[in-house]
Ligand binder design. Structure first.
Ligand code: ADP
Ligand code: ASP
Ligand code: MG
Length: 455
């Protein structure tokens, strides 16, 4: 079996879904399990619906729900126009989803309160709706397709908006469902991103989590490969939205791909690699809009070349220094700072420490300090001198053995004017620099030229 995951842009409209059908048709011999995201921008729309409901803006909620309905109904009508009986079945299934969603959202609107569990339930509808439409579109195009509910297979903890799966339970459920409920099907379709907790309530795997779902299905079924179909020609030397002349990376190791994701490259969800690596399943990153392109293979380390592979950036971070007047030991100092941040759910992007100093970077969500971070800094200030540097960015070069690549530090300083912190990633797979945000673009372009355009 193979897993084929199609992201939001790959299923955004009639034309894109037409391409998905022909890509899947070309792989039927390999018994694909198709994993779909919500249509592009639908998860965002559902988040807005949840927020407006919490704010008790009844009129706005109605307007957004109507947009959601309109987009899906029109798409189904267009895709299934030639098969009225399939169209009416799809409409019935969608109507059921819309009516449950409307009832639930109007409840949230009445009480003006939104728990993570309620939010997960609302935003899970994007994948449920897209998979219904695409499942019927396969059938309408002569490909027998069975629809499976990912919520009955992927079982997670109760951290509803960023849930972590129970791998053993998930594996057993996926195997059973695929063996028992897909008889006679050429293709199986299910949803990315969505799951349910052991208590039986809908959960989601965190934003962009459909890649992770695909890897989980791949692991459970011992798939021969996981294909991630997206809107770029494979994993590239930098995000093509930031630089014009990036190059495709042919092969990258599991470890390097995980490091890229951890350092901010959005192309794969950071947790995607682990389940695939566990069973040594290659991941292919492919462009659903350019079938000619062979994409990128993510594979075992010994099959991928050595050297710098890619540059990733995190555009908005705070750089924080914590200095203690006493020498209290590296471990102790780091532990105190990270425990305080973890207690308020603030993720640490990078950290370095000495006996009397800790440097950390944390994501900057808003322009001002958020309440949680403000509290942490106040509590740290009771025993240490704390300084927050705003408007910083992080730039990371990723690749096995890239530490032997000379001149990265000097080049970064000369391009950015100032480096606040340098950090080496796990297993020396990356080197990261904290710089001023207004120097990020020039530094990125300069480093990209220096590393990848030298002949
Ligand atoms: P999907 O909706 O298919 O999951 P995403 O938008 O999540 O797609 O991921 C694809 C995007 O990842 C690309 O459009 C690109 O802008 C971004 N990206 C970031 N870093 C890289 C990189 N190194 N190589 C390729 N794409 C990257
Ligand atoms: N639809 C979800 C999101 O937009 C999951 C995904 O597409 O990977 O985050
Ligand atoms: Mg994605």
């Amino acid at each position: 079996m193979i897993i084929m995951k199609f992201g939001g842009t790959s299923v955004q409209n009639e034309e894109a879904i037409g391409r998905v059908i022909s890509i899947v048709r070309s792989r039927l011999r390999e018994r694909p399990l198709v994993v779909v995201s919500a249509l592009a921008k639908v998860t965002r729309l559902l988040c807005d619906i949840a927020d407006e409901a919490e704010a008790q803006h009844e009129g706005k909620v109605k307007e957004l729900l109507a947009q959601l309905k309109d987009r899906h109904v029109k798409l189904a009508e267009n895709l299934l126009a030639s098969k009225p009986e399939l169209l009416s079945e799809a409409m019935e299934k969608m109507a059921y989803r819309f009516s449950r969603l409307e009832t639930f959202v109007s409840g949230v609107c009445k009480i003006g309160e939104l728990s993570p569990r309620s939010e997960a339930r609302i935003i899970s509808n994007g994948e449920l709706l897209s998979s219904i439409i695409i499942g019927y579109a396969f059938n309408a195009n002569g490909i027998t397709c069975k629809w499976l509910d990912a919520r009955k297979m992927v079982i997670t903890d109760e951290n509803y908006m960023s849930a972590r799966p129970d791998l053993a339970m998930t594996e057993a459920n996926v195997k059973r469902a695929v063996a028992e409920d897909t008889k006679g099907a050429e293709v199986v379709i299910t949803q990315g991103f969505i799951a349910s907790s052991t208590a039986g309530f809908t959960s989601v795997l965190g934003f962009e989590g459909s890649d992770y779902s695909a890897a989980l299905f791949g692991m459970a079924l011992g798939a021969s490969r996981v294909e991630i179909w997206t809107d770029v020609d494979g994993i590239r030397t930098a995000d093509p939205r930031t630089i014009g002349d990036t190059e495709r990376i042919e092969k990258v190791s599991y470890e390097e791909a995980a490091e890229m994701a951890a350092m901010g490259a959005r192309v794969l969800h950071p947790l995607t690699i682990e389940p695939a690596r566990k069973k040594n399943i290659p991941i292919l990153v492919l462009n659903s809009g350019n079938l000619e392109c062979p994409g990128t293979v993510v594979t075992r380390e010994d099959k991928a070349p050595v050297g710098p592979k890619s540059i990733a950036t995190q555009e908005r971070i705070f750089f924080i220094t914590v200095q203690s007047p006493k020498l209290i030991g590296v471990t102790n100092m780091l532990a105190k700072v990270s425990t305080a941040l973890a207690a308020r759910n603030i993720p640490v992007v990078m950290a370095t420490a000495s006996e009397s100093e800790v440097y950390v970077t944390v994501p900057q969500e808003k322009d001002g300090l958020e309440e949680g971070l403000d509290d942490v800094l106040k509590s740290l200030s009771t025993w240490a001198e704390v300084t927050v540097y705003r408007n910083k960015a992080q730039i990371s070069i990723i690749g096995r053995g890239m530490i032997a690549f000379e001149g990265l530090g000097d080049k970064t300083i000369s391009l950015s004017g100032k480096v606040y912190m340098v950090s080496l990633g796990t297993n020396l797979l990356s080197e990261s620099f904290v710089i001023d945000r207004d120097r990020l673009q020039d530094t990125l372009e300069g480093l990209h030229n220096y590393i990848f355009k030298q002949s």
